[in-house]
Design a protein around this ligand. Structure first.
Ligand code: GLY
Length: 309
């Protein structure tokens, strides 16, 4: 089977690798650079507890995808010889209003999210993790190419090609729109922030290198890449309130990226009618988290026997 994946972000690259493992001949086309958009910008917080407050299909798929991550990373590392900065570190959530948090926790527990009360308005999510999305996209590309996936950069595709086309076009999918977010980086000693800390939509996490990333605001301003100083200041204030040892360290880098929002508020994943075209975009704040499970859903739908022989 010949498959064209349009979009070389984490969703497209994960789908391409898994589809190639299932025996398909896969070409990935990206009109820019592979992994050049949301996954370049993303912090890499794998945190259903921070993202899903209502019992929902995609919340449950988020839990499933988080559970797939250790195997996904180990398999990619073994296939490519590359190291991926991935750590199951847990997350501390600084809760807002107590009644609302209890309602949220009850819904999360129904979805299988483990969460424990720590006292003083803090909640502990032991299974949550961080990953460097740039490492993942680079390894997915290498693993895919090792199986014969052809990667074509600077190529725009506007209509279905081959037997199957997968539209992994992020914020550029039909009805999708960009939700801009800023992130900032501090450099601390490695290991000095062992857990994710978050409050509302702000969070701080640390990579193995000690690079400490804080985010993120949400703005609907189209594809405007201007760095907004007020947003950077807002995130700096929130980060330094959550993690006081950041005060005085100094922000070394600030950037922004576009999350792919969708009209329904949920990822758009599935077949377009009876056609050979499949959608896989609109993952909003959770593209990195949902990449393994999205690739599995696509394989199940596209390949005979889901690619499992
Ligand atoms: N995944 C967190 C964010 O989009 O800011």
């Amino acid at each position: 089977m010949q498959i064209t994946v349009v979009g070389g972000g984490i969703i497209g690259c994960a789908a391409a690798w898994r589809l190639a493992q299932g025996g398909a001949r896969v070409t990935v086309c990206d009109r820019g650079r592979m992994g050049g958009e949301a996954r370049w910008a993303g912090a890499g917080m794998l945190a259903p507890g921070g993202e899903f407050g209502e019992d929902s299909r995609w919340g449950r798929l988020g839990v499933e995808s988080l559970a797939l991550y250790p195997g996904f990373v180990a398999e990619l590392e073994a296939a490519t010889g590359r190291r991926i900065d991935f750590r199951v570190c847990g997350a501390v959530e600084i809760a807002g209003e107590a009644k609302e948090m209890e309602r949220r926790v009850a819904a999360q527990r129904r979805m299988g999210i483990r969460v424990e009360e720590m006292g003083e308005g803090r909640w502990w999510y032991p299974d949550e993790a961080v990953v460097n999305p740039r490492d993942v996209v680079a390894a997915l590309r290498a693993a895919g190419e090792g199986l014969g996936v052809e990667c074509r950069e600077g190529v725009e595709v506007t209509r279905g090609e081959g037997e199957v086309t997968v539209w992994a076009t992020g914020a550029w999918g039909p009805g999708a729109y960009p939700v801009k977010g800023h992130l900032i980086r501090y450099d601390l000693a490695p290991g000095s922030l062992p857990r994710i800390i978050r409050k509302g939509h702000y969070y701080v996490l640390q990579r193995a290198t000690g690079e400490t990333i804080a985010g993120a605001d949400m703005e609907r301003v189209g594809f405007d890449r201007t760095l907004r100083e007020a947003a950077v200041e807002e995130i700096r204030g929130a980060a330094e309130e959550m993690v006081p040892k950041l005060r005085g360290v100094g922000v070394v880098e600030a950037w922004n990226g576009f999350r792919p929002g969708s009209e329904s508020g949920e990822p758009v994943v599935g077949r377009r009618g009876e056609s050979g075209e499949w959608d896989a975009y609109g993952h909003f704040r959770n593209g990195i988290l949902l990449a393994p499970v999205t690739a599995r859903l696509l394989c199940d739908g596209i390949l005979p026997s889901g690619g499992r022989g």
